[in-house]
Ligand binder design. Structure first.
Ligand code: MN
Length: 205
């Protein structure tokens, strides 16, 4: 039998308490161990359901199943991106982009402050649960912002994902209650710009 290829939860690149006070240990543990794990479990359940139906040659509600697949894999992948593009404040987190990424942001938005303002507004105005994402269009060589609802709605297919911010309530409710704007403001203190730059440089090659 072939090994079963499924998703698994990866370890965070820092300790659970490392992003405090911007994201508390309790909040980060819950987010990673319960919510991110939930997408791992969800994605695997859909894959197993597909396998089983094919093995039994049974009918599937493909519309519902594929929607679930997109949701859970979307959630799984975006969370991986999110953990990677965060770092403890002052130890890799915070500040502003440098080098080619800084130039691209200035070229697109005029200046970093304008980019921050647009990204913040994108994040705070997500209807319900979703993400603010910096993406990159190879064709036009423009860094663009995407506003994703849930984990998979409004995605531009194939565009590279450079920076993500989770604005689901589960990402901030323990620390900020319903004050999403305050969480978004805090986020800037823990952005790992070196990681975002590395992702950007890969696209430019
Ligand atoms: Mn989340």
């Amino acid at each position: 039998m072939e090994p079963i290829k499924l998703y698994s939860l990866s370890k965070l690149p820092y300790e659970y308490a490392a992003l405090a006070p911007y994201i508390s240990e309790e909040q980060l543990k819950l987010h990673h161990l319960k919510h991110h794990q939930g997408y791992v479990t969800g994605a695997n359940a859909v894959l197993e359901k597909l396998d089983k139906a094919r093995k039994d040659n049974a009918d599937l509600d493909l519309k519902a199943t594929l929607k679930e697949l997109s949701f859970h894999i979307g959630g799984f992948r975006l969370h991986n991106r999110f953990w990677e593009n965060l770092a403890p404040a002052g130890k890799g987190g915070g500040g502003a982009p440098k080098g080619a990424l800084a130039q691209a942001i200035d070229g697109e938005f005029g200046k970093f402050e304008r980019f921050k303002k647009e990204f913040t507004q994108t994040a705070t105005s997500v209807e319900g649960s979703g993400w603010a994402i910096v993406t990159y269009c190879e064709k036009t060589q423009r860094p663009l912002i995407m506003q994703v609802e849930k984990h998979n709605v409004n995605i531009i297919p194939g565009f590279a994902i450079l920076l993500v911010l989770d604005v689901w309530e589960h990402a901030y409710y323990l620390d900020y209650k319903n004050d999403r704007a305050k969480f978004v403001e805090s986020f800037w203190n823990i952005v790992n710009w070196d990681m975002v730059s590395r992702r950007f440089d890969l696209q430019k090659k």
